[in-house]
Design a protein around this ligand. Structure first.
Ligand SMILES: Cc1cc2nc3c(=O)[nH]c(=O)nc-3n(C[C@H](O)[C@H](O)[C@H](O)COP(=O)(O)OP(=O)(O)OC[C@H]3O[C@@H](n4cnc5c(N)ncnc54)[C@H](O)[C@@H]3O)c2cc1C
Length: 457
């Protein structure tokens, strides 16, 4: 069969088809992680499913590499490549809330900011990321951890269906009733199985939440970690709270003379009845010496964009991640040794709880296998100056090496680095072989390989 030409691709697309001669090329080729500097042949800025089909057919027909990009937050930079094709879904931001059935359908280019903006108007939300600029696409397909995980599960636990363009250029529905195997694989298997052009999610009544940002004295880090592991095991499931090491940014509620100092934090989101929020946060406030705090009700989308200013596009990113079934004393010792060395204000280490509703889903029910883990840890190196790469990458690697013996062998695919491909099998534990079989069925040629790749057998 004749290979599709670029002229045919342009004729088939309503969205922009950007090539190297195009004035928009420099912008179009870039992703969020400033460390990634790649030059694809073509970026298709898809506006609809037909554009996606045309781009998939073109790429397959010309045997090129393919990146699929939604919010562009992939830390390994899977959203761009050298000499291949990029399908950029960011123009596809259609979103429709069905308040009566408490569900929403959102196109693959939506960010969590777009998503919560739309659902908040109806007093509804579901589990999404903690930063508004992250895409719903990549985040959901890897699992989806956020403030609402303990109460409502991962993002994938709220996924009702997906429209998917598969490697052979067909658009299919994946749900509990249609293409069930594909639906199973999409829920945690990342971008391995096709281009999801729209996602349908279950929503929950979440509108305004009580937020608690507690900056504890660093000298109490051990005590706060010991408190956190006990507290979060049994806290009401309306409480989403993660532990962090963080350099204090110049925020008005932090005494000015302490800006730039390192603290340990608990960031809490109470999504239960607002009038019980202050009381619910009391236990956290009493955990140790508080140097600064912000306790306030706020619209859920406001919390979702609270960290955006710290994380502009273009920072250098290098991350490492692991799951843990418990925070052992050994893990605490490793955190207390390395967390306080966080090099810059943008970098951080977060321990997210994934107990509660998330851990009630059986390990084989979706591709996301670590349902027995209680925590997802990420050491997120993020810094502005490429000249500092060595120092910052070293901090992440040393920290990870210290935590690793106290962690599970697998980690959350969405928090992992490009050099973590050898851990893929570990990430999926007992679900790996089934994922390989589904990959073989839907993408035997591994068209979708620029991701944490599950190879066909
Ligand atoms: C600042 C920041 C904050 C984060 N916070 C969280 C958080 O709170 N919770 C959490 O769980 N994760 C979080 N993450 C990790 C995040 O889940 C991953 O980086 C994820 O890949 C981002 O998705 P994206 O669509 O923005 O990225 P992209 O780079 O656009 O996509 C990443 C990969 O996902 C696949 N993909 C994306 N969209 C589609 C689609 N529609 N169809 C098929 N494949 C697709 C592709 O393989 C693509 O290469 C965060 C990341 C960053 C950088």
């Amino acid at each position: 069969m004749a290979k599709p030409t670029i002229t045919e691709l342009r004729a088939a697309c309503r969205g922009q088809v950007v090539t190297r001669e195009d004035p928009d090329y420099e912008f179009a080729r870039k992703v969020y992680n400033g460390m990634i500097d790649r030059h694809p042949q073509i970026v298709v800025r898809a506006v609809d499913v037909a554009d996606v089909i045309a781009a998939v057919d073109y790429t397959r027909g010309n045997e090129l590499g393919l990146s699929v990009r939604g919010g562009s937050h992939s830390v390994p930079g899977f959203g761009t490549n050298d000499d291949g094709v990029v399908i950029d879904l960011s123009p596809m931001k259609g979103i429709r809330v069905d308040a009566a059935s408490r569900s929403v359908r959102a196109e693959g280019g939506c960010t969590w900011g777009d998503f919560f903006h739309a659902t908040h108007a109806f007093g509804l939300a579901t589990t999404g990321g903690i930063v508004s600029t992250t895409g719903i696409g990549g985040l959901t397909l890897g699992g989806g951890i956020g403030y609402l995980t303990r109460g409502h599960g991962l993002s994938i636990d709220n996924l009702l269906s997906a429209d998917v363009v598969t490697a052979d250029g067909r658009s299919v529905v994946a749900s509990e009733r249609e293409n069930e195997d594909l639906f199973w694989a999409l829920r945690g298997g990342g971008g391995n199985f096709g281009v999801v052009t729209s996602f349908e999610y279950r929503l929950h009544p979440v509108k305004d939440v009580m937020v608690g940002l507690f900056f504890f004295e660093l000298s109490a880090a051990r005590q706060i970690l010991e408190f956190y592991r006990e507290y979060i095991a049994t806290a009401p499931e309306q409480m989403g709270a993660f532990f962090a090491f963080q350099i204090a940014p110049p925020l008005p509620f932090i005494p000015e003379k302490r800006h730039g100092e390192t603290f340990c934090l608990i960031v809490a989101c109470w999504a239960g009845p607002l009038e019980r929020g202050e009381e619910a946060l009391q236990a956290i406030r009493k955990a140790g010496p508080v140097a600064a705090e912000l306790v306030a009700p706020m619209p859920f989308p406001a919390l979702n964009s609270a960290f955006d200013a710290l994380l502009p596009p273009g920072l250098q990113h290098y991350w490492k991640a692991s799951f843990a079934t418990a925070i052992s004393d050994g893990a605490i010792a490793a955190h207390v040794q390395h967390g306080p060395n966080v090099p810059v204000v943008n970098s951080t280490m977060h321990i997210y709880p994934i107990n509660g509703a998330c851990s009630r889903v059986p390990a084989g029910a979706t591709a996301f296998a670590y349902r027995d883990a209680q925590f997802a840890t990420v050491i997120a190196g993020m810094w502005p100056n490429p000249a500092d790469n060595e120092r910052n990458v070293r901090w992440v690697k040393d920290y990870y090496a210290a935590v690793r013996p106290h962690s599970e062998s697998g980690g959350y695919v969405n928090f992992m680095a490009g050099d973590d491909q050898e851990r893929i099998r570990d990430n999926y534990k007992g679900n790996y072989e089934r994922l390989v079989a589904i990959k073989e069925k839907y993408d035997p040629g591994n068209l979708f390989h620029l991701n944490q790749n599950i190879r066909p057998s």
